[in-house]
Design a binder for this molecule. Structure first.
Ligand code: F6R
Length: 592
């Protein structure tokens, strides 16, 4: 969600603005910067993008910055961070949610404190002023003890030239570099500013000056520094729309993920461990949930395992039998999604083992998991996830193959045949992205559609869900996915002219079924776009067929989604949408 950054040193303003540009993908409702200068704390805020910030003060000692994804209070300048305390001595940026803010706000208002915003965050600044005991660090600890919820807070003060930070439940890391010390909500952004980075442990208070000091519950702790990794396929370096650039990176990214899976030890579970698990849950949110569906379906198919794909937030609030014989495969591009983190914490409390599949090294999920499998998508900037999804599918398909083999359900020969078959996948993806103009034309052809349904069975249903999500999130066209067989149980009532049905048929035994579905919807006036790697003849001019390159069916979801990603992109462009910054969304959803 919100991105926060703070740094100390001569270039603090320039560096903070640079960091805010990189953090913009975490929230772009408003941006703000607070700088301690010779004249005290100076604040500049603006709604919209970081570019809209007009900062005249370039010289400062300490700076903090924020990009906002609104939770409490509408999008307006007053609700943009940083917030300054009523005595003018503390400037605060915050990510997360202070759940008991109203109780503190009412108490402070009764004591005459005036609030400038509707946010939960502003209360932190005023509480710091109210409870200041002569030491900013102990005051921040005291104030955070009064707060409930999950949050990461960074404070600049007129009282000294340090930065103060606190982490509970929301990610925060500190770094040291040639230019000084810094603190940030996002490990990947630190690459540019720090040569050593440490992730803050839970309930950690950090004081940044020339060095960094950390305390957890009053005890001094040593930061565990590591060198930040420099990512391949970094979309930040690319011109134009990141979403399109990231789709074009898919062929290389899936190859890198495949290679890295083996270079990093393959499955990482031995036969004994595999046979010790009685059930496997695949959990994730949004796009990561769709890859969970694919992973689950393949594991059921190849290993005949009792497994289930579960939306992470449902796992948290419902009762899924979990014990020491349970493996939870948690999938998250960012590794910071609050719902996914809560799900794995709950699973661990109940005795399960957590196996993380993530794109971000040293993300919070890595610290929760017993096993971590990185996907090598490279940094993903566009809010709509594309290449990370394809890479998650590669890692999960290999996981299912190796798990089935370790369980004795897949012969060594069958395993090695599957692995060889992967060779066609990167080139199949490359072929599809090279046809991007055809998908642009297709998007144009259906531009009058007012509603879209994506349908498929088994693995294709997961792809249908991902296609529908991609289209709606970037173009705002209402679009939903159904298992093909479900249409006749109600949704067929919606079919008429102006409705587009995208039907997937990537498994041979399901092609005829798919053709029946297409006939049912087109005979009611809808148009149909059929995607298959098998021959399908269009039965009327309402049907258009996209021929997919042939790959083994277990790898089909990796390639069949590519046309849908391109279609969503071009459809949204045709509607004049800002594809990289869709309304109401943020890249990393760090609140529940
Ligand atoms: C959709 C999208 C979201 C994320 C979801 C989980 O394009 O990006 O649905 O997939 O918020 O995010 P991660 O994978 O970071 O846990």
């Amino acid at each position: 969600m919100c991105g926060i950054f703070g740094t100390i040193g001569a270039n603090c303003v320039t560096n903070t603005l640079l960091a805010l540009h990189q953090l913009e993908y975490r929230g772009y409702d408003s941006a703000g910067i607070g700088v301690k200068t010779e004249c005290g704390l100076q604040i500049e805020k603006s709604t919209g993008r970081v570019n809209a910030l007009k900062v005249d003060f370039v010289a400062g000692k300490v700076a903090i910055g924020h990009t906002r994804w609104a939770t409490h209070g509408k999008v307006c300048k007053q609700n943009a961070h940083p917030f300054v305390s009523y005595d003018g001595n503390f400037a605060v940026v915050h990510n997360g949610i202070v759940e008991n803010y109203l109780q503190h706000k009412l108490a402070l208002q009764r004591q005459g404190v005036e609030f400038a915003s509707q946010t939960d965050s502003e209360v932190i600044a005023h509480l710091l002023a109210k409870h200041f005991d002569g030491d900013v660090a102990t005051t921040l600890q005291k104030v955070c003890n009064m707060l409930t919820g999950s949050f990461a807070v960074v404070v600049a003060t007129s009282r000294d030239d340090n930065l103060y930070a606190y982490k509970r439940g929301s990610a925060l890391c500190v770094g040291k570099g040639k230019q000084g010390t810094c603190v940030c909500s996002d490990v990947a952004v630190m690459e540019q500013f720090a040569s050593s980075v440490a992730v803050l442990p839970e309930n950690c208070l950090a004081v940044l000056g020339n060095s960094v000091d950390l305390w957890v519950e009053g005890k001094h702790v040593e930061p565990c520094y590591f060198a930040p990794s420099h990512t391949d396929c970094d979309s930040n370096q690319l011109q134009g729309d990141a979403m399109l650039a990231e789709i074009f990176q898919i062929p290389d990214a899936v190859r890198q993920t495949y290679d890295y899976y083996f270079a990093s030890g393959g499955l990482c579970l031995d036969k004994k461990q595999v046979n010790g698990y009685k059930r496997v849950y695949f959990v994730g949110c949004g796009t990561a949930y769709h890859s969970a569906m694919v992973g689950c379906s393949l594991l059921q198919r190849l290993a005949q395992m009792d497994c289930q794909a579960v939306v992470a937030s449902e796992y948290v609030y419902d009762s899924f039998p979990t014990d020491k014989h349970t493996l939870v495969v948690a999938i998250s591009q960012s590794g910071e999604t609050a719902d996914t983190l809560k799900a794995v914490q709950k699973a661990k409390r109940q005795g399960a083992t957590v196996y993380a599949v993530t794109n971000v090294c040293n993300s919070s999920l890595c610290f929760e998991a017993s096993f971590v499998k990185f996907v090598k998508a490279g940094r993903e900037i566009s809010v709509a996830s594309t290449k990370a999804y394809n890479c998650q599918l590669v890692a999960l398909t290999l996981f299912a193959v190796d798990f089935a083999h370790a369980k004795g359900r897949l012969s060594a020969r069958a395993r090695s045949r599957y692995l060889t078959c992967f060779d066609k996948v990167p080139s199949a993806c490359k072929h599809l992205v090279s046809q991007s103009t055809a998908f642009a034309l297709m998007a144009k052809r259906y531009k009058q559609a007012h509603l879209a349904y994506f349908v498929g069975r088994r693995l294709d249903f997961a792809t249908a869900k991902e296609g529908a999500l991609k289209l709606k999130e970037v173009s705002y066209l209402p679009s939903e996915a159904y298992p093909s067989g479900e249409l006749k149980h109600g949704t067929l009532a919606m079919m008429e002219q102006g409705v587009l049905v995208v039907a997937l048929a990537c498994e041979k035994d399901l092609v005829d079924k798919c053709c029946n579905t297409v006939a049912e919807v087109t005979s009611r006036g809808a148009s149909a776009l059929v995607l298959s790697q098998y021959p399908v003849s269009p039965t009327s001019n309402q049907v258009q067929v996209v021929s997919l390159p042939a790959v083994d069916e277990i790898f089909a979801p990796i390639i069949s989604v590519v046309p849908l990603q391109l279609f969503a992109y071009y459809f949204a462009k045709g509607r004049g949408c800002d594809v990289d910054r869709p309304r109401n969304l943020a890249k990393s959803v760090t609140v529940e």
